[in-house]
Write a protein that binds this ligand. Structure first.
Ligand code: FE2
Length: 383
């Protein structure tokens, strides 16, 4: 088997790591940087803490604080205009997936002509941008460890991935301290996203040994630590384990991509505007059951990583047990079902059709079509 392994070239990980931001950015040769974040990160004081380390090293700062969820192309282009006008030599993204992906997409436009949406066409060649440094403040997206920025094409109302060299951070600084104040709901949502990354990454058609190694660990870390972090948000050990899980999951799916769960979750996000991790928690168990007959051994590895006894079970039996475990786990973490969210059942047909067009759909390890996805969605709706 021939496989490649890509990753962020340098990752600084651990409690207090962010204190080194200024020194590390200086090492990269930056003199003036655009700091990209949203309002919440400003209010929490995290942005100022990071900026202080940059200023201490004599690095000039330009702030762009307009990050929005599901990064709109319009905001990305506005940020890029600010960066060009200021003639920065680096971009620092601080926040969850949206802030990091906004920073990545701005960086794309520092090396390539707008509009950003033209890079939704993956065949287009992309030049590198400037120095890119990312600091995640949640434990979920794994954006710091992969080469994708998920953005929104506001004109056509669709979300898609922009991928290429300008989206690979030169450095990621993962400081679990940033996650200590996350509310239980956000902790649960981001944790379920990580779990979905782990399960899907090791079961795509591109799965490879390194991904399997990483994902087994991702799954056990989330199952063991998410309940602890939800109950006791200040538990640094649990927070550190979740940040680590999110990071290595990101590393893994950088190489394998994701499949059915995320194809559905991306689409549910676009159609119902529900948080990504909630959509993942709904779609993931259905995806597991669906692929269990073609990947019985993998499903059992996943089950064992969750602490389940998989002895003597067929793939389908194991799939049902693992899926039920994930459903109960999501419930225990306080996440709602489709019915509890009061989602419009009539729109599921649209979700199924769009899911087949999602980038992740081509990596599903089993022949699939929109009718099959619709059936899965109807089943999920009744649970
Ligand atoms: Fe995700």
């Amino acid at each position: 088997m021939v496989f490649s392994l890509n990753s962020t070239p340098e990752i600084l990980f651990g409690s207090g790591a962010s204190e080194q931001t200024g020194a590390k950015v200086k090492e990269l040769g930056c003199k003036k940087v655009l700091v990209v974040h949203g309002k919440h990160i400003k209010k929490s004081g995290i942005a100022d803490k990071v900026i202080d380390t940059l200023v201490k090293e004599g690095i000039e700062i330009v702030r762009f604080e307009e990050v929005e969820p599901d990064p709109p192309d319009t905001i990305i282009e506005k940020g890029a205009a600010v960066a060009k006008e200021a003639n920065v030599d680096g971009i620092i993204g601080i926040g969850g997936g949206s802030a990091q992906d906004t920073a990545k997409a701005i960086n794309v436009l520092l090396g390539n002509a707008p509009p950003i949406t033209r890079f939704l066409d993956k065949s287009l060649k992309m030049n590198p941008g400037k120095m890119l440094v990312l600091l995640p403040t949640t434990a979920g997206t794994g954006s710091e460890a992969n080469n994708v920025a998920v953005i929104t094409d506001t004109k056509n109302g669709v979300k898609g991935g922009v991928k290429g060299p300008a989206c690979v951070p030169n450095l990621a600084i993962v400081d679990p301290d940033f996650t200590l104040d996350l509310l239980p709901r956000i902790t649960a949502i981001t944790g379920m996203d990580t779990l979905a990354h782990g399960v899907e990454s090791m079961t795509t058609i591109l799965a490879q040994p390194m991904a399997e190694l990483l994902c087994e660990k991702v799954i056990s870390l989330v199952v063991q630590n998410l309940p602890v972090a939800i109950k006791d948000g200040k538990n640094l050990e649990a927070r550190t384990n979740l940040s680590f899980a999110a990071m290595i999951a990101g590393m893994s799916f950088d190489n394998t991509v994701l499949h059915l769960g995320h194809a559905i979750a991306h689409t549910m996000g676009a159609v119902y505007h529900i948080p990504h991790g909630i959509a993942c928690s709904i779609a993931l168990p259905e995806a597991i059951e669906y692929i269990s007959d073609v990947l019985p051994e993998k499903i059992k590895i996943i089950g064992r990583a969750m602490g389940l006894d998989m002895e003597g079970k067929s793939g389908v039996e194991a799939g049902k047990e693992v899926a039920d475990f994930v459903r109960q786990f999501s419930k225990d973490m306080g996440l709602p079902t489709m019915k509890e969210l009061d989602l419009d059942k009539d729109l599921l047909k649209k979700v199924a059709e769009l899911a087949m067009k999602d980038d992740c759909a081509m990596f599903i390890p089993k022949e699939t079509n929109s009718e099959i996805i619709l059936e899965l969605l109807y089943r999920a709706y009744e649970r």
